[in-house]
Design a protein around this ligand. Structure first.
Ligand code: DSN
Length: 422
């Protein structure tokens, strides 16, 4: 029996139970999502799609995958869904593969301003294979200036424009993005990996009517298993006039399905797809809508408390579940890395993050990113997040004092005993 891994899983569970989990891209799934992930479905090969598989014995997983598709379409008001991408980056890669040729121009949100690696970063396939260009935020406001996006799009004439981010606390103007995309003949991709759950709960702007294609992860605010999805509000005829041998137009759903499999992936992870289906069911319940609304209330409470303490939040506040804190105004000598290290010792888990116009490197950074989705799942409310800000500030102030950090670690652990996990 492998006790080594079993013991490590037990240690990780203890870590998750005892700390303040503030990483904006993490959450705690329900027990039934975990059970689906850890089920016998992991044993099944099912290359292909429901009803059109390359393996026998797919009658059960066909029903599961179709349920996942139907549930996510109902949740987001989509006409098309592919639930097979193994991650958000894989979902984006499949969209690029289906839509673009190597060397085509793409326009995405600058990584250092809060964008994502898979939106054209030079260290990622998306920046190596395609001709990537970027828009960013304004230095004074921390907000995207849509007129500047339009200007860059006119100059670059991208085939694909991507809206969406990993660390942008404001909502997205999908209507204006679509206007800009139409003006330059680009396809608009909305990557809603971070706010997906808040969009599903109708608390943020809806990208589905405006973006040609939407991708997302399923494990952030959506609170499902780790994985990706591709959606379309409305399936449309491919804009390149590609036709079948019979001369019929090829729909984008066909192009995207082929891009995921066999283009990008082999066998789908049916155990993860089952867990996605469970999460989509959960996200359609009233209880989830209350949760999502509390996530935003908690983020606003945290942002207000941070600003009151003199921290600079990029864009001055938040519309969603996260915020990016530029430490330079309050602690010019403390890097994001130092702050992250001190906080992690106190069981307060955050990640260092570049801030727009950062003077430090990506491995050091001047900022940290925090989010409220995970701790809201544990049951914390606005006042708790005000207290967390006090504790964060205490740790950063006392970052070189091991005794103070140890005291805080014990307080965090004690506090989280009030909010049992699994
Ligand atoms: N972008 C990462 C995050 O938000 O943490 C995930 O890819």
């Amino acid at each position: 029996m492998d006790t080594q891994i079993a013991n490590l899983i037990a240690s990780e569970l203890e870590r998750q139970r005892n700390g303040f989990e503030l990483i904006a891209s993490e959450n705690f799934t329900s027990k039934q999502v975990l059970d689906a992930m850890g089920s016998c479905l992991t044993n099944k090969y099912a290359e292909g799609y429901p009803g059109k598989r390359y393996y026998g014995g797919c009658e059960v997983v066909d029903v599961i995958e179709q349920l996942a598709i139907d549930r996510v379409c109902a949740l987001f008001g989509a006409e098309y869904a592919n639930v097979q991408p193994h991650s958000g980056a894989q979902a984006n890669a499949a969209v690029f593969l289906g839509l673009l040729n190597p060397g085509d121009a793409i326009l995405g949100f600058e990584l250092a301003h809060g964008g994502h690696l898979s939106h054209g970063s030079p260290v990622n396939f998306s920046g190596k294979v395609y001709d990537a260009h970027f828009y960013g935020v304004e230095e004074d406001s921390g907000i995207i200036d849509m007129d500047k996006v339009a200007e860059i799009a006119q100059k670059v004439r991208p085939k694909l424009i991507i809206c969406g981010a990993s660390a942008y606390s404001r909502d997205w103007d999908y209507i204006r993005f679509r206007q800009i995309a139409d003006e330059v003949g680009a396809i608009l991709l909305g990557d809603i990996s971070h706010p997906a759950g808040l969009i599903a709960a109708d608390l943020l702007n809806d990208p589905l009517p405006h973006c040609h294609i939407v991708t997302s992860t399923t494990h952030k605010t959506l609170r499902g298993p780790r994985g990706g999805i591709i959606l379309m509000g409305k399936d449309f005829i491919n804009p390149w006039g590609r036709t079948t041998k019979k001369g019929d137009p090829i729909m984008m759903s066909t192009i995207l399905n082929s891009a995921v499999f066999p283009g990008m992936q082999g066998g789908p992870l049916e155990h993860v797809i089952a867990a996605k289906a469970v999460a989509f069911y959960e996200a359609a319940q009233d209880e989830y809508k209350k949760y999502a609304s509390q996530v935003i209330k908690n983020a606003k409470s945290m942002a207000t408390a941070l600003v009151q303490k003199g921290y600079n939040i990029i864009s001055g506040g938040t519309d969603n579940h996260l915020m990016l804190i530029d430490l330079r105004s309050k602690y010019p000598d403390v890097s994001g890395k130092e702050a992250e290290n001190a906080l992690v010792k106190a069981h307060i888990t955050v990640n260092k993050n570049m801030v727009p116009f950062d003077s430090r490197t990506p491995l050091t950074t001047s900022g940290i990113r925090v989010g409220t989705a995970a701790l809201t799942s544990r049951g914390l409310v606005e006042d708790d997040f005000e207290m967390i800000v006090d504790w964060i500030d205490y740790v950063i102030q006392n970052r070189n004092d091991e005794t103070s950090i140890q005291v805080m670690q014990e307080r965090v652990q004690q506090f989280m005993k009030n909010f049992p996990l699994y």
